[in-house]
Design a protein around this ligand. Structure first.
Ligand code: PLP
Length: 421
C-alpha cells in the first residue's frame, strides 16, 4: 500500500487521541468529507455557472449555484463568490478589485492580532501596497479606535481592514465605517475566524457596515479549507477603482473577475461541494447550539486559565479564542507549544501585544474552542483542561509529569469521535 495512506491513518490517530486547541482548526462532518473526496475533483470548470470555458459543466454548475445560494442564505447577503481556494486567495481578490499597487491601506498589526494578508511586509499585501497599522491599547488589550482614526486621518488609506486572527473581542464595525467614510476608504471585513459566530448572530454583523467581506470556510464555520467573498446590502459607497460608486452588479463582476481569471484558474468544485454541505449544516438550528457551546467553552476556559494564574489578554473572550500572555509564568510560547504537543495538547505559539520576543519565540500561545467543542467537550472539561495546561507549563522540562498529563488527555478523549455535534 502507498505509505501515504499509513500517514493519513497516523494523522487520524493523532487527531483522535489529542486535544485540539488551534483556534483556526475544526473537524468537518462525514458529509463534508464525502463531498471533498468525490469525483468532482476530476472536473475543470474555469469561469462561473453557465459561463464556463469547458464543456460538461452542467452538473458542477448546479453544485456551485447551490453553494452560492446557501452562502447568501446563511449570511443574509446579496453576493457570494465561493471559488477562492483559501482565505488568502479571497483576500488577494479584494486587493485586486479595490486598489492599485502602492495605495495606502490600514489594518490591524500582525503582532496585535492581525493577519499576514492585512499588510505584513513578508506578504504580497505589504509588498504591493503601502501598509499602515492600528493596534490595541496597552492597558486594556482592546482595539484603540481613537488611535485607529488618528492613523486613518494621517495616512488617508484607500482601504481599511477590520479583522483578526488573534483578538478575542467583538469588533465595532459601525465605528470602522464612520472612520472609513471620514477618509473616503473602502471598508473590508475579514471574518475568517468568527464567521460561524457571526452567521448565527452571536457577534456583531459586518454586513450592515462593510463594503466587502471575506472569510475562510474551515474555522468556526466548520467547512472544508477554502475562502468566500461576500457583499451585503450596503454596497452603495464601494470605492473600487474599476467600478462606478454604488453599482453592485458591476462590483460583483469586478470581484468575480478578480478571483477568475485575476488570481486563480479552475475552481475546486469538490471543495465547493464541501462548502455547500457545510453551509447547509450551518443554516440548521443545531449549528446555533454548537456555536453557543463554542462560546461557553471559550469563556469557561478563559476563566479556568485565569484561576490557574494565567494572564489572558483583555481579561477574557467574546468569541472562540483567547491569547495567553505567558510572561508571568516565566516560559515562552515556543517552549510551551512544544511541551504541550508532548502532552497531546495542540496549540500555537503567538505574539502578544507589545511582545518583547520575536514571532519565532513569542511570549504567548493562542487557544481556541471550535475544534474541541465539535469533539463534544463541555464547560466542566475546560476546568480540567486548564489544570492540565498549567501542570505542563509548571513542569515544562519534566518529561515524566508531561507523560502523565498525556495519559490523562488520551483518557479524556477516549471513545470520542472526531465529529460529535
Ligand atoms: N484571514 C484571517 C483573519 C485568518 O486568520 C486567516 C488564516 O488564518 C486567513 C485570512 C487566511 O486563510 P488561509 O490560511 O486559508 O489562506
Amino acid at each position: 500500500m502507498d505509505p501515504i495512506f499509513d500517514l493519513i491513518e497516523q494523522e487520524r490517530q493523532r487527531q483522535t487521541h489529542g486535544i485540539e486547541l488551534i483556534a483556526s482548526e475544526n473537524f468537518v462532518s462525514d458529509n463534508v468529507m464525502k463531498a471533498v473526496g468525490s469525483v468532482l475533483t476530476n472536473k475543470y470548470a474555469e469561469g462561473y455557472p453557465s459561463r464556463r470555458y469547458y464543456g460538461g459543466c452542467e452538473v458542477v454548475d448546479e453544485v456551485e449555484t447551490l453553494a452560492i445560494e446557501r452562502a447568501k442564505e446563511l449570511f443574509g447577503v446579496e453576493y457570494a463568490n465561493v471559488q477562492p481556494h483559501s482565505g488568502s486567495q479571497a483576500n488577494a481578490a479584494i486587493y485586486l478589485s479595490i486598489l492599485k499597487p502602492g495605495d495606502q491601506i490600514l489594518g490591524l498589526d500582525l503582532s496585535m492580532g492581525g493577519h499576514l494578508t492585512h499588510g505584513s511586509f513578508v506578504n504580497f499585501s505589504g509588498i504591493q501596497y503601502n501598509a499602515n497599522f492600528y493596534g490595541v491599547d496597552r492597558e486594556s488589550g482592546l482595539i484603540d479606535y481613537d488611535a485607529m482614526r488618528q492613523k486613518a486621518l494621517e495616512v488617508k488609506p484607500k482601504m481599511i481592514i477590520a479583522g483578526y486572527s488573534a483578538y478575542s473581542r467583538d469588533l465595532d464595525f459601525k465605528k470602522f465605517r464612520e472612520v472609513a467614510d471620514e477618509v473616503g476608504a473602502t471598508l473590508w471585513a475579514d471574518i475568517a475566524h468568527p464567521a460561524g459566530l457571526i452567521a448565527k448572530g452571536l457577534l456583531s454583523s459586518p454586513f450592515e457596515h462593510c463594503h466587502v467581506v471575506t472569510t475562510t470556510t474551515h474555522k468556526t464555520l466548520r467547512g472544508p479549507r477554502g475562502g468566500l467573498i461576500m457583499m451585503g446590502k450596503d454596497f452603495e459607497n464601494t470605492y473600487g477603482h474599476k467600478t462606478p460608486k454604488g453599482d453592485i452588479k458591476m462590483m460583483s463582476q469586478v470581484l468575480d473577475s478578480s478571483v477568475f481569471p485575476g488570481i486563480q484558474g479552475g475552481p475546486l468544485e469538490h471543495v465547493i461541494a464541501g462548502k455547500a454541505v457545510a453551509f447547509a449544516e450551518a443554516i440548521d438550528d443545531q449549528f446555533l447550539v454548537y456555536m453557543k457551546q463554542v462560546v461557553a467553552n471559550a469563556r469557561a476556559l478563559a476563566k479556568a486559565m485565569i484561576d490557574n494564574g494565567f494572564d489572558i489578554v483583555s481579561g477574557g473572550t467574546d468569541n472562540h479564542l483567547m491569547l495567553v500572555d505567558l510572561r508571568n509564568k516565566n516560559v515562552n510560547g515556543k517552549e510551551t507549544e512544544k511541551a504541550l504537543v508532548k502532552a497531546d495538547i495542540t496549540c500555537n505559539k503567538n505574539m502578544v501585544p507589545f511582545d518583547d520576543k520575536s514571532a519565532f519565540t513569542t511570549s504567548g500561545i493562542r487557544l481556541g474552542t471550535a475544534a474541541i467543542t465539535t469533539r463534544g467537550l463541555k464547560e466542566a472539561d475546560m476546568e480540567v483542561l486548564a489544570g492540565l495546561i498549567n501542570e505542563v507549563v509548571m513542569n515544562i522540562n519534566n518529561d515524566r509529569v508531561i507523560g502523565d498529563v498525556r495519559k490523562k488527555v488520551n483518557q479524556m478523549m477516549e471513545g470520542k469521535a472526531l465529529f460529535n455535534y
